[in-house]
Design a protein around this ligand. Structure first.
Ligand code: C6P
Length: 410
């Protein structure tokens, strides 16, 4: 693999065809990468090639195309393991995304771990995908959901976390990087404290994998989930990594074709992991596109890319803060390139609509973190999120448009 050692965002931008397009007659300024990351040509072409020349089902056919598709699918499993520092590809389960990965574990814990009075520990900054499955698990089992508070900057209260951990805790499920605030959580420390009490930890890596290299062995987590579409891959595909001993212990999530060893009306035996958790025809094109996305990211200088994102974050934070009446929600010292903000009493949806007219795409709303925004006393924010392919012109366009908007509304 030819890694570009000096990160050159100008060159990297040309890998993403959509960034050269116009929307509403203006050059696209894409600042919604926390929602989904744009796709490089290599990923688009890999999916196109699969459907044009390799389309076939996997694990079933005896013919050439099926063998080819199976090989590429399984090779991506190994790439996924390497992408997050795991050593055993069998510990990688393909899911439809972060949401399904968490649901799979919540289902398994509901069926085979949780009992009345047990506790599940999450934080106040979780995405709904890491709240609702645990609420349902708690309702079904009589377990109790406990929530670690965050401070006014959006930093997790570690003292409260340590105090909430107990022998009753059966799982800690925590977001690595907050999608609304950008806060980077000290997951390694969180895991150390949990493991001291033999409590397993699930890390929601939906917003960390797009920005930083992750090493699940170094972190020490028991489960790690992320979404393909946030790491330059297709939508509808994701990865759940889990320690072998856990995955072997948990029951199947869905059942049917391909996850069985032998079926009889008297009973069924299941495949070993990972097959046990991959029932039915999977999203083959998604996995192949995800493999191309891993190759693409592996070919970048990822620490240079992160450095560039942090420079964009710094420039945007400084220039946005200078706008009269603008308030940033989420001011943790350790932050990824996500900025949630409010301006005076202008509704975030109006901010989003005004920016859209200028070709600038941001997200406005609760970002699937309603409890967190309630904690900050707001129902919604405008959110600009930067990826490694953004440039300083994107920051300038955002700031100029917000200044125009202020004149328009105020
Ligand atoms: N956040 C955002 O705009 P899925 O939808 O399964 O790919 O990912 C869910 C999810 C889980 N955890 C975190 C931290 C996330 O940020 C997301 C997705 C997007 O912020 C869409 S709501």
């Amino acid at each position: 693999m030819n890694v570009v050692q000096t990160f050159d965002y100008r060159r990297v931008r040309t890998d993403f065809p959509i960034l050269a397009t116009e929307v509403r007659g203006k050059p696209l300024t894409y600042l919604d990468s926390a929602a989904t990351v744009q796709k490089p040509l290599a990923v688009i072409e890999s999916v196109d090639r699969y459907y044009r020349a390799e389309n076939s089902n996997i694990h079933r056919g005896v013919h050439y195309l099926s063998e080819q598709a199976t090989d590429t699918y399984e090779a991506t499993r190994a790439k996924a393991a390497t992408f997050i520092g795991a050593t055993d590809p069998d510990e990688v389960i393909f899911t439809s995304g972060t949401t399904e990965g968490i649901n799979l574990i919540a289902h398994g814990f509901t069926e085979s771990v949780l009992q009345a009075g047990d506790e599940i520990l999450i934080t106040h900054m979780e995405h709904h995908a890491n709240i609702v499955p645990w609420q349902i698990a708690a309702q079904k089992t009589g377990a109790v959901l406990k929530v670690v508070p965050v401070d006014d900057d959006g930093v997790l209260n570690m003292e409260a976390y340590i105090a909430l951990l107990s022998k009753r805790t059966k799982l800690v499920s925590v977001v690595h990087v907050s999608n609304s605030l950008g806060t980077i959580n000290p997951v390694k420390k969180i895991i150390e404290h949990a493991h001291a009490l033999k409590v397993p930890v699930l890390v929601d890596g939906a917003q960390s994998t797009p920005h930083m290299s992750v090493d699940v062995v170094d972190l020490g987590c028991d489960f790690f989930v992320f979404s393909g579409h946030k790491v330059c891959g297709p939508t509808g595909i994701g990865v759940l990594w889990g320690k072998r001993e856990w995955l072997e212990q948990l029951p199947p999530y869905q059942s049917g074709g391909d996850m069985i060893e032998k079926v009889d009306f008297d009973g069924t035996t299941y495949k070993e992991i990972p097959g046990k958790f991959e029932a039915g025809t999977p999203h083959i094109a998604g996995v192949i596109g995800l493999g191309a996305a891993f190759d693409y990211l592996n070919g970048l200088d990822r620490s240079g890319a992160l450095q560039h994102e942090l420079e964009l974050l710094k420039a945007a934070t400084e220039q946005l803060t200078a706008i009269d009446g603008l308030r940033i929600i989420g001011t943790a010292p350790e932050k990824a390139s996500v900025i949630s903000f409010l301006i005076d009493d202008i509704h975030p949806h109006d901010i989003g609509t005004f920016l859209d007219a200028g070709g600038i795409a941001i997200r406005a709303g609760h970002h699937c973190t309603q409890p967190l925004l309630k904690r900050f006393g707001v129902p919604a924010t405008a959110r600009a999120s930067f990826a490694f392919y953004n440039n300083f012109e994107d920051v300038e366009r955002l700031v100029a448009a917000l200044n125009r908007m202020k004149q328009f509304f105020c």
